[in-house]
Design a protein around this ligand. Sequence first.
Ligand code: ADP
Length: 577
Amino acid sequence: MQLPLADKKTVGAYARRLLGQYRVPLGLVVGIQALGAVAALAVPWMVGVLVDEVGAGTTVEAVTRIGLLLVLALVLQTLLMGVGDRQSRVLGETIFAQLREEFMGTVTALPLSTVEKAGSGDLLGRTTNDVDRVQWAVRFGVPRVLVQSVTVLLVLGAAVLASPLTAIAMVVSLPVVYPAARWYMKRSAAAYAASSKAWATLNGEITETVEHAATVDALGLGERRRRRMRDAVRESWEREDYTLTLRAVLFPSITLGTVVPTAVAVVWGGWLVSQEWATLGQVSTVALYTVQIAGAMAELLMWMDEIQVAGASFSRILGVGEVKPDREPGGPEPMDSAITARDVRYAYIDGRDVLHDVSLDLIPGERLAMVGPSGAGKSTFGRMIAGIHPPTGGSVTVGGANLVDLTEERLRREVALVTQEHHVFVGTLADNLRLARADATETEMREALSMVAALEWAEALENGLETKVGSGAVTLSPAQAQQLALARLVLLDPHTLVLDEATSLIDPTAARHLEQSLNAVLTGRTVVAIAHRLHTAHDADRVAVMENGRIVELGAHEELVAAGGEYAALWESWQSE
Ligand code: ADP
């Protein structure tokens, strides 16, 4: 499954909305650049005047005066273009910054199940390659296109003013450039979209292989992965090859289209002069204008190309925003803190349920251990109880309210999932804690750290809570990272915790220390512990045995042992190990 693509209409509407917000600065940039372009027009004009005056016989003073005016026009043009260029870049950066922030917001709000299904390659491709492509076009392309369009129009107008007949030379190459550009534009959007997609696939193949290198090794999948990567590389290569062919047609026609008019202006202009339909000065002016317009046209076409590429990328970026949310908050508020699962089903792949009508009533304050063979569905059920995924069928409620009808913020005050995968985010220690509660005070943060026995080391850091941590700054040990995660839980303060012990605890000396921190967090809360070691079950108030997506036994440890069922057998075999 791939993430969706936004259609042309959506992309257009978004671009218009984005640019519309910057109408005033955009107008300013175009205005300044247009003034610069007008100053640039003065140069060929005065050269023409100079030629005619010299031809007619003139004074040294007159030539000097025109020369000085020329210099003045050049200085003015340079200044205006410089200011305009700076303004346009600042504008480009501003627009891009907004785009990037909006995109970040969308990405971080993506439903987890969608990201898992689409694989990380697609999303990674969109957040890197596609954003890069759009960035280039937005930062430089949009302002340059506006400026050069204005330049082309102004130069054309000035040429017609100078000598309408000679100005015909300006448009002689249109019959070549126009069809070539159209031919190209028709094919390029699809070609670039296909090329982006091929890159995403390649990215995905590589990321997956590297992330799961151990599995690939263990199962001897090396050759198969290599084959898939070779295919992905070939696909990318072919797509790139095709877009290169497209450019190989466009670029020569542009060159042709920009050189020919100057030659025509000189030859055709020469004949016009011989017929006395134009002066030598007018022809000189128009010939210089053909050079000026050629530069502008070439840049415009180049940007049209870049903008097409960016358009394809843009539709992939905006497509991320079209993923439907997996929940619509807005149901009733929970009445109490009792969590109930009713006939819960879940399918990662359509039609293949891994949970079959599982029901469970949690008793507030209890500690329930979930045991069973690997693949039974314990983690999946745990994620349902924590409201991570909406169930495919049935419901999980807290105090009568559906978990997935609560806002994410509200939900996390009810129930949270604790795993042993922890991420330290780049920022200060305090930033990392405030992820749990943005308005947490210094005292609250200290209390939370102290509860998980982390205050001591935190205060020993160079700047205390304000110390920068994460990649590129102070590195926290895995145990410290885990304590940080636990402190976040204290701040969130949910009444129910789902504890997934899927990965084994980190080094054993840290483990005992951490267990104390963990116990401090668990005290006074309802806990569902997905147990991979049975001593957790022994200490629990109740034990749920899960098999093949069903809870097959439920009761206190002693009861279940006495009943002599599945759990009794598990317990016995574990004890004799
Ligand atoms: P347990 O926690 O008891 O080991 P899980 O809940 O992890 O069991 O897995 C239950 C079933 O769901 C297994 O058959 C597993 O292969 C499948 N499963 C788990 N995660 C995914 C996933 N992301 N995509 C597809 N199938 C999955």
